[in-house]
Design a protein around this ligand. Structure first.
Ligand code: ADP
Length: 324
C-alpha cells in the first residue's frame, strides 16, 4: 500500500491450492462425462437415422426383386409422409399397371388361341367325316362348302389380328389423302346391301352432299364397314339401319344407327376390348370373334379421333366416329 511514492505497508493473501485443484478436476471429469455421453448419443442417433433411411430402401429393393422374379403387382408399404412414401406410391402404381398389362396379354393369347382352335376343330371334324364315310357327291360338296366358310373365318381372324398387331407396334402406315366421304359411304352401303337384304333390313345413307376429308380412306372404310356389319348382324329382320356423315366444326362425324338388339349398359364400357362379346353364344353363331370393334377403336385412335356409342337394349344402337 503506497501513498504517493512512499510505501506504507503490504496485504498478504493466502488460499488452499487443494480446493482449486479439486474444482479443476471435477470440471475436467464433468467435461469427459459430457463428451462421452454426447458421443454415445450421436452414435445411437446415427444408427437410428441409418435404419430410418435404409428400411424403406430395403422395402423398395424387395419390391423390385419380387417384380424381377415375375410377381407383377408386388406392393411396397411405407407409412410415412416423406419422399420415400411418394416413391413407394409411384412404385405401386407402376407395379399395378404392369400387372394389368400382363393380365391383358395372357388373356389375349388365351382368347386368340381359342378363336383359332375352334375353326380348326370343326374343319378337322368335317375332314374326318368325309374321310370315314362314303359321302354322296352332294354331301361332299356341302362339307367342302362348310370347310371353305371356316377357312374364310380363319383368314379374316388372322388378318384382323395381324392388323391389330401392326397398329400396336406402330408398323401400320397411314396414308392420309383427301377422300370423298360420300363416295366412301356409298361404296360401303353398296358392298353390304346384299347382306342386309338377306335379313330384309333396309339400309339408308342419309347424307348425300359433297364432302372431302383428309384420312386414310381404306382404313376408315374398314372401320365403318365393321360398324355396319355389326349393325346388320345384331339387327332383327325387317328393321332399318341408317348411316350418315356431316362436318361438325373442325370434325367429321360418321355414324351408323340400327334398331337392333342393343347393348347392356354394363357391356357398353367393354365392347371395344379385344375378344369382348356381349353374348358369347350368339356371336359365335354370327361368326364374330369380338375383334371388330377393337379394330375400329385402333383405326380411329390412329387418326386422332374418337368412337362413341349410345345404345338401349331392345331399341337399338348408334355408333359415332369423330375424326379431326
Ligand atoms: P363381334 O365379332 O362379336 O361382332 P365386335 O368387336 O365387332 O365383335 O363387337 C363386340 C360386341 O359388341 C359384339 O359381340 C356385340 O355383343 C356388341 N355389338 C357390337 N355392335 C353391336 C350392335 N350394332 N348392336 C348390338 N350389339 C353390338
Amino acid at each position: 500500500i503506497a501513498s504517493g511514492q512512499q510505501p506504507l505497508g503490504a496485504v498478504f493473501i493466502a488460499a488452499d491450492m487443494n480446493i482449486m485443484i479439486a474444482q479443476v478436476t471435477s470440471l475436467r471429469d464433468r467435461l469427459i462425462l459430457f463428451g462421452a455421453s454426447t458421443g454415445l448419443l450421436i452414435f445411437v442417433l446415427s444408427i437410428f437415422i441409418a435404419r430410418y433411411i435404409t428400411r424403406p430402401v430395403n422395402k423398395l429393393t424387395q419390391g423390385v426383386q419380387e417384380m424381377t422374379a415375375g410377381n407383377y403387382g408386388a406392393q411396397v408399404n411405407i407409412d410415412s409422409k416423406d419422399e420415400f412414401a411418394a416413391l413407394a406410391f409411384a412404385f405401386n402404381e407402376m407395379s399395378n399397371k404392369i400387372a394389368a398389362e400382363d393380365q391383358i396379354r395372357r388373356q389375349f393369347v388365351a382368347n386368340a388361341s381359342h378363336e383359332l382352335k375352334s375353326p380348326l376343330a370343326s374343319m378337322k371334324a368335317l375332314v374326318e367325316a368325309s374321310l370315314n364315310g362314303s359321302l354322296a357327291e352332294e354331301e361332299a360338296k356341302e362339307v367342302l362348302g362348310d370347310i371353305n366358310q371356316e377357312v374364310d373365318r380363319l383368314n379374316k381372324l388372322v388378318g384382323d389380328l395381324l392388323l391389330l398387331s401392326r397398329i400396336e407396334n406402330n408398323k401400320q402406315e397411314i396414308r392420309i389423302q383427301e377422300v370423298s366421304v360420300g363416295e366412301l359411304m356409298y361404296q360401303l352401303t353398296h358392298k353390304l346391301e346384299p347382306l342386309a337384304r338377306q335379313k330384309a333390313i333396309s339400309l339408308k345413307l342419309v347424307s348425300d352432299k359433297e364432302l372431302y376429308w383428309a384420312m386414310d380412306g381404306e382404313m376408315i372404310f374398314r372401320a365403318v364397314f365393321n360398324l355396319l356389319d355389326n349393325a346388320i348382324k345384331y339387327s332383327l329382320p325387317n328393321t332399318k339401319i341408317e348411316l350418315g356423315y356431316e362436318s361438325k366444326g373442325q370434325k367429321l362425324s360418321l355414324w351408323v344407327e340400327d334398331q337392333g338388339i342393343g347393348i347392356n349398359e354394363s357391356d357398353l364400357k367393354r365392347i371395344f376390348e379385344r375378344f369382348y362379346r356381349q353374348d358369347k353364344a350368339r356371336s359365335r353363331e354370327t361368326g364374330g370373334a369380338g375383334i371388330g370393334l377393337a379394330i375400329v377403336s385402333e383405326i380411329v385412335t390412329l387418326h386422332g379421333g374418337q368412337v362413341t356409342v349410345k345404345s338401349e337394349v331392345g331399341v337399338g344402337s348408334k355408333f359415332n366416329i369423330l375424326l379431326p
